[in-house]
Design a binder for this molecule. Sequence first.
Ligand code: PMP
Length: 417
Amino acid sequence: SCNYSPEDFRRSFPLFQQPENRALVYLDNAATTQRPAAVIDAIADFYRHSNANTHRSSHRLARRATELVEETRAQAAAFLNARTSREVIFCRGATEALNLLANSLCAGLCEGDEIVLSTIEHHANLVPWQMMAQRYGLKLRYVPHIAGVPEFDRLEEVLNERTRIVSLTGGSNALGLRPDLAAIARQLRGRALHWIVDGSQLAAHEVIDVQATGCDFFVCSAHKFYGPTGVGLLYGREALLAAMPPWQGGGEMIAEVGLYHSEYAGLPHRFEAGTSSLGSLAGLNAAFAFLRQQDRSAMAAHEQSLVQRLHRELAQMPHLRLLSQPQHNLGIVAFAPVDGAPADLAHWLDERDIAVRVGNHCAQPLSRAAGVGATLRASVAGYTTWQDCEAFLHAVGEFQRVSATIPAENTAVAGWR
Ligand code: PMP
């Protein structure tokens, strides 16, 4: 992190420059990051200068909008290191990408076929598969785990000749845990199944290379890597996408429409029914350009140093239970007060304008298996400074000192319930 300046990076983000946000300590980046001016401006510029619908060769603005979408797709292919733009589908987010995969892939499965998931998956990588399991009589299996934390090196134990889909996180949004994708790839090699990586947390912190990873599908959401909300990426190997039935029907995804039958468009448009979030795609294009200007490995090293320090310091606080681990961690520290309600601590932090997430972080099965209710999560980004971490650690320490002097049943009286 020697040459990297989070302060310089932060200057690109107008939200932090607003008078009301000068003291803000934003540690909720795993929920969503902030947007740089380049992204905000690109969204406004699209609607101000270029707004029209795409894929209609009728007029100048329509051509321009079409070019913008296809140019963004080429940038997305480069961002993921896909072989061709035809392997990139634009979705509403990682959630929609996973629903597309679940619906399209499971339509071809037989009763009794199996899908392998893990206990730290985001709800977006659980619920769609549960819906398909119910619809088609499929069986869900889970990677062996200890108190909810998967042992990915034991993935092979739950694979068999009925396994058709393995859909696993590339990085947990609840614990930060980053599985060893190469070790997963080794266990899956040579098996007739499809491997999906939920890269939502990963793409924010690491350079993605779907070819080197060797996965069949990869999903992520732009709003977690400084891009707009409402747009996500689905990567799929071209041959697999070409063989999949479309999920949603409508305009833009067809070649010929009759009253009883239609011919679908080719890749990638057959999976993009309807009008896309065009302003968001313009913003995404700007986000890719913005990221290309950054030294991403220096940024990752900086984030790592923050995560290591947060773990080191929180581990020394006697009244806290630390749930995340600093090893293989993608920017997250998860913790809870030993006694007292996590919501009280979150409220205490919020009163000091320190934004963290409290709850189950869209991973309820994990909280249940770990035997914890709500937890707090602080998550860093490229603009997170040492001062941010100090303010956060100081406030948590203060809470500890205050709550140690007040019996738990009196906390409501003390005014921070
Ligand atoms: N998977 C993971 C690991 C996530 O962190 C998120 C977003 N927090 C999602 C899936 C869902 O993404 P979205 O809500 O943007 O569709």
